[in-house]
Each structure stands twice: as C-alpha cells, then as structure tokens.
Design a protein around this ligand. Structure first.
Ligand SMILES: [Zn+2]
Length: 438
C-alpha cells in the first residue's frame, strides 16, 4: 500500500515529466495527435513501408489545424504514395499541397526520382500549368493582393483577451493564428520561434499594453497604404522588367519580425512599424525602441522585402559578404523605388564612422558567419547599433550603382550576382571608403 505522501510524490513526478514532455515533444502548433502520426510515418518511411507511411503522413496532415503545417505532411504523403505505386492518391496529395497549402517547389516536383510514376499523368501536367499561370500573374504589379484581414482578426482576439486573459495561449492560437490566412500561419511557423513561440507572443502583449493600445488605430488603417504600395511595385517594374509581385500580407506578430519573404509572398509584422509621435516607449527594450518604425515608413519596409523577392537568381554563398550585400541591396533598391531605406537609423549613426566600420567589416567579410553584423540585436548598445551589415551592404551596392553608366543594368547586375568578390571589386567601395587614408 502506498502512503499518501509517496503517492503525492509519484504524482508530482509524473506531472513534472509531463511538463517536461510537453515542452520537448509537442511541436509549435501544439498538436500531440499529429506529432504521433508524424513520428510513426517517419519510422515507417525509414522501414520502406511506403503505403503505411503515406497513410500516416496523410493522417498527420488531417490532424494539423493550420494550413502552413499541413503542407509538409501533404508533400511527404505525395512522395510515399508515389513510391507505393499509388499515383492517384499521390496526385491528390500534391494538388492539396500546391493549391491549398501553397507548396511551390517545382524543382523538386520535376526532378525527384520517386515521383516519376505521377509525372506521366495528365493531372500532373494540369497542375504544372496551374502553377505556371499563377507565376506569370505575378509579373504584373497590379495583380498582387494587399491582405489585411489578419489585423482585424487579431484585434478581435485581443479584445477577448483583455476581458479574460486567463487562457491567452489557447485564445490566440484558435481565434487568431488558426483562423488567419495561410500567410499568417506561415509567419507564425517560421518567425514566432524568434520570440519563444506562442508563450513569447503572449508575453510581449502582456508587457506592452500601452504600446499596443497606442498603435491600434494605425494598424487598422493599413489598407489605406495599398495605393502607395502599388506605386512602389510599378517603380520596381520600371527599374527591373523581370520583377515579380507576390501578395503582401500584414499581420500582428508580437514583435517576432518586421517583415519576411516566404513562398506566400511578403509578410509584414505591422505592430513593429505602426508608431506615431504619441507612441509610448517605456515598455520596450533598447532594441525595440531603436527598431520601432513610424507608420509612415512601413511602405519602405514593404519595398525592402519586395527586393528580397527578386533575389532568387543570386548565387548561394555562406559568407558575411553575401548576406550583407543581399540585405544592403534590399535597402538600396528599396530606397530607389520607395524614396527611403528601411534602415535609415543606421545611416544617421554611420556619419563619421564610415571608415572604422568598413575596416572592421573587411576583417570578417569572408567568414561563414554574420552574427556580428546581421540580426545581432543582442549586441545593440546606446553607442553602436546592431545590424550594421545592412549599412555596409548598402554602401557596396550604392558604390556599384554610382560607378555604372547604365543604371538599369546596374540594378539587374545586383539582382543576379554570381560572384560576390568580383562584385565587390567592381563597386570600388574600398577605394571610396578608404580614400584619404592612403
Ligand atoms: Zn531584409
């Protein structure tokens, strides 16, 4: 017979284990049922039990609630159904992945050996045509959608949360993220881990009540930006004919990211860029204070992200130089098409520090890490901003542009860099920034 004390201890132990488990094994969408299917499917796949694996991935996808989390299981099911010689089931999964969950990886579809049985199918060529039509439509700057419905959804959930904050995680998961657009869900999937997932999201709302109250009206006016965004789109088309224009979605992200580019187009975290003169900053940390943008500059961030969308043809490279050029280019071309860079604060700080920053950058630019230069908010101090890699990259692109006689060609060259070292040499940035020193 167990004594009550012992029983209690055992219960506590079990509880502690469950808590531990819930932190480690549950995925970010808090779906243990789907996680179990996924685990099972993974092991069946490894054991080459193709049909059973496909079924388990299918079950995983059905159990997941957010569209962005249904995509990978649908793709996995496609592969294993195809391997199991079940082309119709494979195609049904692939159609879902593409049409409902936004899967766009044509390269994988066309080259994966395991998909050979389905590529002969007419439904496969129909799907390819569907994808090509969608892609071609993106060449027109007037056809991209500007989506703001998630903002409305957020404030609805926020009002409920203010009345009863007791179940905030569940509330925002079910009433905001799960009901939101696929794009919001993708943002949640890839960007909220930056702030500690849903817990971090709620935490930021909790500690910034006055900030959120002050930006509300501005965020609810985002749809009024559509006209100026459209002009920015057309400006880019003038500079660079092959430009594409996927949808732009505005979301409230709890300070996880100001903007990002995904398969679903650009996604903007509006709550980081909706400030006005009246916005209180006492609830924000140093980095947040410095990176909070006025609402009137939100369109410049949209321009920055739009430039990233065009960078698919650039060479892949892991050096700091490559990352800095990509970010700086987004600022530089973003300025060309929208009138202002998305990181104006760096340019204000850099006056008088140009040579020093350039010399420091040169020492690290061929290293395979950018952690001292990009996304290094933890290094932000009152005397030196983080993210100076953006500033350096901007200077390199500007120098390249300035020395070119054909400016449109210069823009095209940037967006198609194959050799970063050669681009750097052509820009003559070193001569420009070290001038007067020699
Ligand atoms: Zn960027």
């Amino acid at each position: 017979m167990k004594s009550p004390t012992l029983l209690k201890a055992v219960q506590l132990g079990v509880l502690a284990m469950l808590l531990l488990f819930s932190k480690t094994i549950f995925s970010q969408d808090f779906n243990p049922e789907a996680d179990r299917y996924q685990k099972l499917a993974d092991s069946l796949g490894e054991a080459k039990q193709y049909k059973a694996a496909a079924r388990s991935y299918h079950a995983e996808g059905e159990a997941r609630k957010m569209l962005a989390y249904k995509r990978q299981p649908a793709v996995n099911a496609t592969y294993f159904y195809s391997m199991a010689q079940m082309p119709d089931s494979a195609l049904a999964s692939l159609q879902k992945a593409v049409k409902q969950y936004g899967f766009t990886n044509r390269k994988w579809m066309d080259s994966e050996i395991g998909l050979a049985p389905i590529r002969k199918n007419k439904a496969y060529s129909d799907l390819i045509r569907y994808m090509t039509d969608k892609q071609n439509a993106q060449l027109d700057p007037d056809r991209a959608a500007v989506i703001t419905s998630d903002i409305t959804l957020f404030w609805k959930a926020y009002d409920q949360y203010k009345k009863d904050p007791s179940n905030a995680q569940k509330l925002f998961l079910t009433e905001y993220f799960e009901k939101g657009t696929l794009n919001l869900q993708e943002y949640y999937r890839i960007k909220t881990p930056n702030i500690g997932g849903i817990q971090g999201f709620i935490h930021n709302l909790e500690i910034m009540p006055e900030y959120y109250a002050s930006i509300r009206a501005k965020t609810e006016q985002v749809s009024t930006l559509e006209d100026s965004i459209r002009v920015i789109f057309r400006n880019l088309k003038d500079w660079y004919k092959p430009a594409t224009f996927p949808n732009v979605t505005f979301v409230i992200g709890g300070w996880s990211s100001g903007g990002t580019v995904t398969n679903y187009g650009s996604i903007m975290g509006v709550d980081m860029q909706a400030a006005g003169a009246e916005t209180p900053t006492h609830e924000l940390n140093l980095w947040q204070k410095k990176n909070m943008l006025p609402f009137k500059e939100l369109k410049n961030v949209v321009a920055h992200e739009l430039v990233h969308v065009q960078q698919n043809n650039m060479a892949g490279d892991t050096t700091l130089l490559c990352h800095a050029i990509k970010e700086g280019m987004a600022d530089f071309i973003g300025e060309l098409i929208s009138g202002r860079t998305a990181n104006a604060r760096l340019h204000v700080w850099a006056v008088g520090n140009e040579k020093k920053v350039w010399e420091e950058f040169k020492k690290e630019m061929y290293l395979d890490r950018y952690s001292n230069w990009i996304a290094n908010s933890s290094q932000e101090t009152a005397d030196r901003p983080s993210d100076l890699g953006y500033w350096v990259g901007y200077q390199i692109c500007k120098a390249y542009f300035d020395q070119a006689t054909d400016k449109k060609k210069a823009v095209s060259d940037m967006l198609n860099i194959k050799d970063y070292r050669a681009f750097l040499t052509h820009s003559k940035i070193d001569e420009k920034l070290t001038e007067g020193r020699k």
